[in-house]
Design a protein around this ligand. Structure first.
Ligand SMILES: [Zn+2]
Length: 205
């Protein structure tokens, strides 16, 4: 792509680093911004910078938050004894959209994947195990995607906590194997949480 302006080229190159944005789309977005009033672009860049500089992660569940504790963890209307274990923040949003779950979450920040060099210690597993050890949790619901990495992660966490007094369950799969949680429709996902099954019975023996 030939550019008549270095400034334009730099903006397009930066924009095309975003996932799903190729050079052509980046150029279209940048040209769109050029046609907009300057204030509009300033609003966008300020929002992104403020988000990047100021956003925090909840100290308890690792969800994105504006405060030390996120809105879910600090709410008085949630059942603090049930914790739903998810891979990332998008899963929290997907499950919240179903309005079917009134417990708390624990965001692992990914799943164990030796191929990608991600081990248990790269994830928020220790803090989850501590919650269970402290007796604060009566039920853990595994809601990771049913991929090999998801299963490996479930099993690893299960092994860490199976000797403690906690019930473990996994979301019932109306969702086919390999589907990412965030793409499940709300009704299916909501139902799969309500109809969760004991974790042990989900193990492929
Ligand atoms: Zn939280």
């Amino acid at each position: 792509m030939e550019f008549s302006s270095k400034l334009l080229e730099k903006a397009v190159n930066e924009m095309s680093q975003l996932p799903g944005v190729g050079k052509r789309t980046a150029l279209r977005l940048v040209l769109h911004m050029l046609r907009q009033p300057k204030e509009q672009t300033a609003g966008l860049t300020e929002a992104i910078q403020a988000m990047r500089n100021n956003v925090k992660f909840c100290q308890s569940c690792h969800n994105i938050s504006d405060n030390i504790l996120c809105e879910i963890c600090s709410s008085h209307n949630r059942n603090t004894e049930i914790v739903c274990v998810v891979e990332d923040i998008k899963d929290v949003m997907a499950i919240e959209n179903t309005s079917s779950f009134k417990g708390l979450y624990h965001v692992l920040g990914g799943k164990i994947s030796p191929m990608d060099g991600i081990g248990p210690h790269d994830l928020n597993i220790e803090s989850l195990v501590k919650k269970v050890k402290d007796g604060k949790v009566k039920e853990l619901i595994f809601a990771l995607s049913s991929t090999m990495e998801g299963d490996t992660t479930n099993f690893y966490v299960f092994k860490q906590i199976q000797d403690y007094d906690v019930v473990t369950s996994t979301i019932a799969r109306g969702i086919s194997v390999g589907d990412e949680l965030e793409y499940a429709d709300e009704i299916t996902l909501g139902r799969s949480i309500v109809n969760r099954i004991p974790f042990e019975s989900s193990l492929k023996l």
